[in-house]
Design a binder for this molecule. Sequence first.
Ligand SMILES: NC(=O)C1=CN([C@@H]2O[C@H](COP(=O)(O)OP(=O)(O)OC[C@H]3O[C@@H](n4cnc5c(N)ncnc54)[C@H](OP(=O)(O)O)[C@@H]3O)[C@@H](O)[C@H]2O)[C@@H](O)CC1
Ligand SMILES: Nc1ncnc2c1ncn2[C@@H]1O[C@H](COP(=O)(O)OP(=O)(O)O)[C@@H](O)[C@H]1O
Length: 527
Amino acid sequence: MRWAYTAEQIRAAEQPLLAAGEPLMRRAAYGLAQQILRLLRARHSRVSGATVAALVGKGNNGGDALWALAFLRRRGVHAVAIPVGADHGAAITAADLHAEGRDALLQAGGSMATHVPEDTAVVVDAIFGTGFRGSADVPTMLRDAGVTVPEHAVVVACDVPSGLNASTGEIPGVVLPADLTVTFGGLKTGLLLGEGPRVAGRVELIDVGLEPLLGETPTDQMVGVFEKDTSAPVGAVFAPPVWDAHKYSRGVIAISAGSPQYPGAAVLTVAAAVATGVGMVRWVGVTGDDGDDDSDTVSAGVVAAHPEVIAGHEADGRADAWVLGPGWGTGENVHARYRQVLDLAGQRGTPVVLDASALELINNDDVARFAEIRRAGGAVVLTPHAGELGRLEERLLTEPGADDSHGRVDAVELWRARRMAAHVGAHVLLKGPTTVIAAPDGQARLDTTGGPELATAGSGDTLAGLVGSALGRTLPKTGSGTLDTLDKIAAAVRLHALAGRRAQQYGPFGASALAPAVREVLAEVGE
Ligand SMILES: NC(=O)C1=CN([C@@H]2O[C@H](COP(=O)(O)OP(=O)(O)OC[C@H]3O[C@@H](n4cnc5c(N)ncnc54)[C@H](OP(=O)(O)O)[C@@H]3O)[C@@H](O)[C@H]2O)[C@@H](O)CC1
Ligand SMILES: Nc1ncnc2c1ncn2[C@@H]1O[C@H](COP(=O)(O)OP(=O)(O)O)[C@@H](O)[C@H]1O
């Protein structure tokens, strides 16, 4: 796993190294130059004679690019720097740029220019980095300076795309979207949240020696990011059963989902849990223990689709994890079922996932119930999308609508998820293009693996079933001792994302294609 940091944390970690004379800028620049060389080799098959032009601001971000151009010049690249920006209203010139970087470039035989040469293969965006404040309209700045970026050129952002807030992922103005962002010292949260993923392109991290100062101990100020190219921790959490397993030892997932209005939600949630391979999936209707005709239709649909499911109306049976809420709607019995399950979970320490309609039932009185469940060894996971989180905030946080975001340094999604998790004492899985998972103690994980193909009705029901399975299944004793609730939720999120990608390979899809794709992904992970 990697960690991501705010620009302020990176800056603080740099200070002692810079004071000790460590050549951080040259390390960063060397890494940037290597990435550009790789691009040139892949796209143009030649390095010598190719043109690389950098749009250079007056700060250290520009300094990185100037040093990188100097390295590239030594490899025969036609290296050109174009000053971009203003100082006290006047356009900056070569004289305003990072002096050492500029001298290094000129000594290496590179040049200064006022426009990007037409034959430029790579344009480096190094106008602003982590020192960016306020707002900037980069395309307009370029137009005003008479600088045009050729359409065929690959855009490489130096550290972060200029104009992107490196901590929050906000773009107060307009940026030049990058194909590749080469970032230094540590991943910035702004590349993973908000608008960052839209404009950063592929992100490569260059190690400049900051890791020991940034630390690997999770604190409430850093967030974990699972490597994009691996399926960890999916393999550990959704591991195959051990040789002496029996159905009750593998985990029983109890799901109360669906209603006559939304019967499909029950099928989808159940399908997801079944697809992960657990000992038993129980479906529990929301009506009283006797059931009624309405609920029986939902039950019949679930059993027709998944004959292995034990369907009934009794909450008081075996359950290693509960999933409540998908497709419940606002029926009169849902509140009683919700309360009953929370009370049972509090007595037994059973993990509970609260999704969709169940989220609308949470009020501040439940905070004590959640605490009881955690005390008994369980966990509570809320799985809102942004709209559901907004309604939770309105109901649960004091002074609704009050702007207490003053001084916020984090991305807004991260901050909101952490604030809610801390307030209710539950894990919060905030759904969206970047999924944020926040624990009550401030730890957090991000996942950007999921694509927009997941934005389809019923996809959230599937995710709820996967989270329930992750929490309720029995993990093999070996190698999984350190997996906590956060890891388990993160594994479910990653599995959901991988299933979306897998389903997409066969063409556009609806949520019912996700459960079969879950099986395919797990078959590969288990190989
Ligand atoms: N992490 C690492 O390990 C390493 C990091 N390093 C690098 O240092 C970079 C940070 O450098 P930095 O602090 O000099 O700031 P940078 O981003 O160049 O921009 C500051 C300039 O922009 C200007 N400016 C700001 N906002 C503006 C606006 N809205 N509109 C207009 N102008 C605006 C601001 O002007 P001012 O307001 O000060 O007049 C100032 O001149 C970092 O991203 C990384 O690339 C490496 O060198 C070493 C290893
Ligand atoms: N643009 C997007 N990119 C990646 N994932 C997305 C995007 N939009 C939504 N998702 C994911 O799709 C799922 C949608 O869940 P949800 O909104 O609860 O759907 P539903 O309630 O219809 O089942 C979530 O896992 C969310 O993270």
